[in-house]
Design a protein around this ligand. Structure first.
Ligand SMILES: NC(=O)c1ccc[n+]([C@@H]2O[C@H](COP(=O)([O-])OP(=O)(O)OC[C@H]3O[C@@H](n4cnc5c(N)ncnc54)[C@H](O)[C@@H]3O)[C@@H](O)[C@H]2O)c1
Ligand SMILES: O=P(O)(O)OC[C@H](O)CO
Length: 408
C-alpha cells in the first residue's frame, strides 16, 4: 500500500492498523505500506487507485508512465476534476501510457470504508470498457462479503459515483435544517433525475443510474451518517461555516464540495437543467441562505415529472440496453389510436372505449396523455387519455390505465 504521510505508513507497518484514517480496523499483517510510489506501482499486478479526485494528477503524475500492459489499475475515486471538468476516467486516460488505457477499470457503489473493513456484506459495480477486463477484476475482488457486479458503462458508473456526493450534501443540509423524511425522499428522487439527465447527456446508459453506482450509492450516502458528504451538509444546515467544517475533518475529504463547482459548469456546458445541484452550489460556495434556496427551488414553474426530451435521450443512449432489443424484436411501431377527453358526463364510456381499444390491440400501452390541466372555472375535468401503440407493447405485457382528476 502506498500512502502519502509517513505517519500512515508507520502505523500500518508497526501497528497493522491505519490509525490515521481508519482507526479501529486491523489490517492484515501481510499488508506493507510505503511512501515510494514508483516501487509500489512496479511491484504490483493489480493497483487500486483511491486518491481524492482533485489530487490524482499531482499524486500519480510521472509515476503513471511506469504502468505496464500486464498490470491493471482500478480507480475507486468518486469525483470530477475542478481544474479540467474531466471524469476520473478522462484524467487517467490522459496520464497513463496509451497502451495502458485498455487496462483501466472503475469500482463504485455503496461502500463505506469502515463497513467494508469490518467485513459487512457489500455489493459494488466494477466497470471497464472491455467486459473481459471487468470480469477479471470482478473475480479477483469478489468474496462472500464483497460482491462485485460488472458493467461496460464506464461514464455512467463514474458520473453516478461523483454526482451522488453533491446530493448527499443536499440531504445533510435538509436534515440539518430540520426538514423531514418527505424532503429527503424528494431530494433523493429528483436528485437522481438530475444525475440521470447529466449522465445520459454524456452518453451513459440510463439503467446504470438505477444500479449500485447510481441509486445504491445515492441512498447510502444521502441517508447513512458514516458519509463525510452528508455530515458536511448536516453541519452546514445547522449553521456552521464550510471552512470550519473542513478544517475539523482531519484531512478527510468530502468530494461533493469541489464536485458541486465542477458540475455547475458541466451542466451549463451540456445545457442540462439541474436546479437542486445549482441550489447546493449557491449554498455551499456562494453563501446563499439554504431556507431561501429551498423555497426558490420549490416555487419554480410546474412541469411534468419526466421531460419528453429526456425520454428521447434515454432511448437514443440506451442502444445497448435490453429495452432497445425488445423494441427491435417487436417490429415497427403501429399507428397510435387516440381517445380524446370526453365531456364529464361521457367520460366513463370514452374511457371504457379506450381501454377496449387497448385490450383488442396486444401491442398497445394505455397511459395518461398528461395534456390537460387547463382551468375551466370551478369545474372538475377528466384527464385526456391517449392510447399509444408502441412496438414494445406486447413484450411489456399489461396495459396500464392511468386516469387523473383534479380540482383547482
Ligand atoms: N471512504 C470511503 O468510504 C470511500 C468509499 C468509496 C470510495 N471512496 C472514494 O475514495 C477516494 C478517497 O477517499 P478516502 O475516503 O480514502 O479519503 P479520506 O478522506 O479518508 O482521506 C483523504 C486522503 O487524501 C489524501 N490527501 C489529502 N491532501 C492531499 C494532497 N494534497 N495530495 C494528495 N493526497 C492528499 C490524504 O493523505 C488521505 O489519504 C474519494 O474519491 C472517495 O470518494 C471513499
Ligand atoms: O463518506 P462519503 O460521503 O465520501 O461516501 C463514501 C462512499 O462514497 C460511499 O459509497
Amino acid at each position: 500500500m502506498w500512502a502519502r504521510g509517513s505517519d500512515t505508513v508507520d502505523a500500518v507497518n508497526r501497528l497493522h492498523e491505519n490509525t490515521v484514517y481508519l482507526p479501529g480496523y486491523p489490517c492484515p499483517p501481510s499488508l506493507r505500506a510505503s511512501s515510494d510510489l514508483g516501487a509500489v506501482i512496479t511491484g504490483s499486478e493489480l493497483l487500486l487507485m483511491v486518491v481524492p479526485t482533485q489530487y490524482i494528477v499531482t499524486t500519480l503524475g510521472e509515476a503513471a508512465k511506469l504502468l505496464q500492459p500486464h498490470q491493471v489499475m482500478v480507480s475507486c475515486s468518486k469525483g470530477i476534476s475542478l481544474a479540467s471538468l474531466e471524469t476520473v476516467e478522462e484524467l487517467l486516460e490522459r496520464l497513463v501510457p496509451p497502451e495502458f488505457r485498455s487496462r483501466l477499470a472503475y469500482l463504485s457503489g455503496p461502500s463505506f470504508a469502515a463497513e467494508v473493513a469490518g467485513g459487512q456484506p457489500t455489493a459494488v459495480t466494477v466497470a471497464a470498457k472491455d467486459d473481459q477486463l471487468a470480469a477479471r477484476v470482478q473475480a479477483l475482488l469478489s468474496n462472500p462479503r464483497f460482491r462485485c457486479y460488472r458493467s461496460t458503462d464506464v461514464i455512467g458508473v463514474e458520473l453516478a459515483g461523483a454526482l451522488k456526493n453533491v446530493l448527499a450534501i443536499a440531504c445533510g443540509i435538509s436534515d440539518g435544517l430540520g426538514f423531514g423524511n418527505n424532503a429527503r425522499a424528494a431530494l433523493i428522487t429528483r436528485g437522481l433525475y438530475e444525475i440521470t439527465k447529466l449522465a445520459v447527456a454524456r452518453g451513459a446508459n440510463p439503467l446504470t443510474m438505477s444500479g449500485l453506482a447510481g441509486m445504491g450509492d445515492l441512498v447510502l450516502t444521502c441517508t447513512g451518517d458514516l458519509s463525510r458528504n452528508r455530515t458536511v451538509g448536516l453541519r452546514l444546515g445547522r449553521g456552521e461555516r464550510l471552512q470550519d467544517i473542513q478544517a475539523s475533518m482531519g484531512g478527510a475529504v468530502a468530494e461533493g464540495v469541489p464536485t458541486a463547482v465542477a458540475i455547475r459548469t458541466l451542466a451549463r456546458k451540456l445545457g442540462v437543467e439541474c436546479p437542486i445541484m445549482q441550489g447546493i452550489h449557491r449554498v455551499i460556495h456562494e453563501g446563499a441562505n439554504a431556507q431561501e434556496v429551498v423555497t426558490e427551488v420549490m416555487s419554480r414553474e410546474l412541469k411534468p415529472e419526466v421531460a419528453p426530451d429526456i425520454i428521447k435521450g434515454v432511448i437514443a443512449n440506451g442502444s445497448n440496453t435490453n429495452l432497445m432489443e425488445v423494441l427491435a424484436a417487436a417490429g415497427p411501431p403501429q399507428t397510435p389510436a387516440v381517445a380524446e377527453a370526453p365531456p364529464p358526463a361521457l367520460k366513463a364510456t370514452a374511457l371504457e372505449g379506450a381501454a377496449a381499444t387497448a385490450a383488442r390491440n396486444p401491442r398497445s400501452i394505455l397511459c395518461d396523455g398528461g395534456r390537460s390541466g387547463e382551468r375551466e372555472d370551478g369545474a372538475m375535468r377528466t384527464a385526456t387519455v391517449a392510447v399509444l401503440a408502441a412496438g414494445a407493447g406486447a413484450a411489456l405485457g399489461a396495459a396500464v390505465v392511468a386516469v387523473s382528476r383534479w380540482r383547482r
